[in-house]
Write a protein that binds this ligand. Structure first.
Ligand code: TRP
Length: 476
């Protein structure tokens, strides 16, 4: 069978792919969510569980996603269409491509709004607006900001245009160039910020908080949170990594690339925790503030520290860079599809996709402010109803389902020979270990996370217990 070629071009090297995919993986999920859920779930013990989840679920799914992409060499929709027919599987597998494309645009619609906040905070911080404020002062600045639709719209628009510019330049001179420049800057900023945190008297307390395992603090819920997060933070289950994989040159080890991406992603999450928590503790603030952590707690800390305005601005520049390299990966599957199927010039495809995500984003903006009442049909909805809805729909449903489907497709539907050929690992123990893991353990683990998202874990456990306890327990 002849080797397929990508009509969009390919990365210049495996390294370029690793940087671009790490750019996709490293995002808002690393910088605020990871530190916060770590704090909530017992610190070090949670970190260990999370690392295990990356190994058992994250890496196998990532390898599946990359190998599917590279074999298909096209947008997720066309890749799935081609691979399903190659393996003589039902056409419905193409739905995996469609759901990925949809999930990407949906995630981007709110991701861009939040990234817009970070953009605004670069300027607020640099201008000294956040300096020497009390917690109440910062909270009222934040609340005033997120309930001003016109301001959010402006920043959302700017962020979307930034993404559109990179996307319209194509794979090599857009995505690759941008990540090649932005990722090193991001790392540099992060190291500077960790250095800044090191200067505070609370650095050690931050480390203890992050790295001392206390297994009594970790619950079943914590384990499931860790697994769910492994998905989101590695950008899995949606086709972002698949489409990036479709640009991966031949003769580049997929396993090594996946390990590199997961390593960088985890490193950034840990370093972000090391930059954030010491500042929070040094100012006697609470670490478990959730979404408020970087926009409300952290600015209070920066506002009371030497050169806080400058370092605060650097922090938010870092957040913007992280979100930018993630945003482009969320839209690329749809862009690639339009170019392939509609024979559209790339720039027009980008405009169409970006405008769609931008329009959808307006719903998120409105749900933070005036329009909140429109979403009251969702039940006891607070101000951010639509944002919550999108977040739950994508992170709890579409991504785990997508990842599950990818692991299943790679190990139950594709021909084992195609898989072995694509992974270029030979047919040794390593390959067979990966195959067995991905075929059995990974789908099981993901299915459990998914059922958890649906709130069905307890009922299923009770059902299974019921099955077994009746005959065994007998008369009791
Ligand atoms: N991984 C990114 C983060 O941690 C978000 C992201 C980008 C993403 N692309 C994705 C999540 C694709 C799921 C699927 O912020």
């Amino acid at each position: 069978m002849s080797e397929r070629v990508s009509i969009h071009g390919i990365w210049s090297s495996r390294m370029a792919f690793v940087l671009a995919a790490a750019g996709s993986a490293i995002g808002l999920g690393n910088i605020w969510k990871f530190p916060y859920i770590t704090g909530e779930n017992g610190g070090g013990a949670f970190v260990l569980v999370y690392l295990l989840c990356v190994a058992v679920v994250g890496l196998p799914v990532m390898m599946s996603e990359i190998l599917i992409g590279r074999r298909g060499r096209a947008s997720p929709v066309n890749t799935m269409r081609y691979l399903a027919s190659e393996a003589q599987r039902p056409r419905f597998w193409v739905l995996l491509g469609w759901s990925g494309m949809l999930a990407g645009v949906l995630i981007m619609s709110y991701y861009s709004v939040i990234a817009g906040w970070a953009l605004a905070y670069v300027f607020k911080s640099a201008a000294g607006v956040l300096t020497d404020q009390t917690a109440e002062g910062i909270a009222s600045i934040f609340n005033g900001f997120v309930t001003s639709p016109e301001k959010l719209l402006a920043w959302h628009t700017i962020f979307m245009v930034m993404n559109a510019i990179v996307l319209s330049r194509g794979v090599r001179s857009g995505l690759e160039q941008a990540t090649r420049f932005m990722m090193p800057v991001l790392f540099l900023l992060l190291l500077i910020l960790v250095g800044y945190a090191y200067k505070t008297p609370s650095f050690e307390r931050g480390l203890v908080f992050l790295f001392t395992p206390d297994f009594s603090k970790i619950s079943a819920g914590g384990v499931l949170t860790a697994m769910g997060h492994a998905f989101f933070t590695l950008s899995l289950g949606m086709g972002a990594i698949m489409v990036y994989g479709s640009y991966l040159p031949r003769n580049s080890s997929i396993a090594l690339a996946a390990i590199g991406i997961a390593f960088l992603d985890t490193l950034v999450a840990l370093l972000a925790g090391m930059a954030i928590f010491p500042l929070v503790f040094a100012n006697n603030l609470a670490p478990g503030e959730g979404p408020g952590l970087i926009f409300q707690t952290l600015p209070v800390a920066f506002g009371h520290m030497p050169y806080g305005a400058g370092f605060g601005a650097l922090f938010f520049i870092m957040v913007v860079l992280a979100a930018w390299t993630s945003g482009i990966s969320l839209l690329e599957p749809a862009v690639a599809w339009l170019v392939e199927n509609r024979r559209m010039a790339r720039i027009r495809a980008v405009a169409l996709v970006a405008i769609t995500a931008w329009l959808l984003g307006i719903l998120t903006i409105m749900s933070f402010s005036d329009w909140a009442f429109v979403f009251s049909f969702l039940g006891e909805v607070k101000r951010n109803g639509f944002y919550d809805l999108l977040d739950i729909l994508t992170a709890n449903f579409l991504l785990p389902l997508g990842g599950l489907a990818m692991a299943i497709f790679a190990t139950w539907c594709m021909l084992p020979a195609s898989v072995a050929d694509e992974l270029e690992m030979g047919n040794g123990l390593l390959f067979r270990g990966w195959y067995a893991l991905t075929r059995y353990l990974t789908p099981l683990a993901v299915a459990i996370v998914f059922l958890h998202g649906l709130g069905l874990v307890q009922p299923v456990i009770r059902f299974v217990q019921g099955l077994f306890s009746v005959p065994v327990g007998g008369a009791a």
